[in-house]
Design a protein. Sequence first.
Length: 414
Amino acid sequence: MTRRWLILADDLTGAADCGIAFARRGLEASVGWHSAEGGTAEVLAIDADSRRLAPEDAAARHAALLRARHAPGTGLIKKIDSTLRGQPAAELAATIHALREAGRPAMAIVAPAFPATGRTTEAGRVHLNGAPLETTPLWARDHSYESAHLPSVLDSVGLSNCHLPLGTIRDGAALTAALRDALATGVEAVVCDATAAGDLDSLARASLPMVGDVFWVGSGGIAAALAAALPETGAAPAAPPAVRNGVLVVVGSIAEASRGAAARLVAEDAAVLIEVPVGLLRAGPADAGWAPMAGAIADSLAAGHDTLVLITDASAADLSGGAALAAALGVLLEPAGRRMGALFATGGETACALLSHLGVHGIRLVEEVEAGVPLGVTQGAIQIPVMTKAGAFGDDGTILRSLSRLHNLSRETA
């Protein structure tokens, strides 16, 4: 079984969610940006930063990354959003086309479920906390397709596909036979139901021996299952450095989970709250409030205070402008970034924008604090602990627990 893996993701948090599963098995794993040079880690997860791109642009970026970074004999995971945001179908179609051009394995095992975070697949349809995804506020706020029925989504980009129900997934012999039959008949994508972590484990065990013929499409759930099916190396990653100054906590997501976690942080007086209006980010450095705001955040961190930067009026922000707002926030926080002892960020765009401004080109992954919350160390001009979290993951205690883990690093180092 291969020890080398390439993970192509559409955002930073997703790349880290997948890569950390392999770090837990003792493999060297890191996350890099699409614009950075390739890393040398056994497991390289690349943030393609394609979530907000048009379908054709997202497809072209993933195909280009695949051609540049995927070597024969390397396992491949095409990470997609577990709630189908972005352009996963167009990216998958381009990935299959690029693989076939290169004469490499091109049957996709599509398994976006992440049961540990409430994402499941039933009858080929994505569910969130037991409800069809189309009925949730998350879908109402941001979706790319007419439905969350995966075979229909794949049909929309012309990919031939078949569906494996739970009964097949949970019958080892039937599952292996179904996958081999799909390979023999030239099916391009196999949609797999999963409502529990054990379903993904079964799928991983059955499909991993086919690594020379297939690749995997999903989220942190399938990555964790594949990593768990590999032999454990026994190696432990180097410990992160101690946290010297305050932790910068950035919450720009409008997801209910992140807003609730930020509110609890404030209610328990666990961090200094500094609110950044969306209007300030749109106005940029020319705004009279820009420099005082940037200075206040940096000064708070330098004084040793954990500091929560909360984007206000985010519910009214145009989601299509998310990348521009994240870039502006990265510029605003650059002085703070040079004072922070560690970073906790919801949303990959914000973290990537800030870290890139600070001369960081990647993150060495160390451990998973809880499902969907990996801990790593920045690579590049500075080396500090960093945690990322997808906006909709976690509960109201996630940020508090993450801060506790970061501060425990100092005690462990001592």
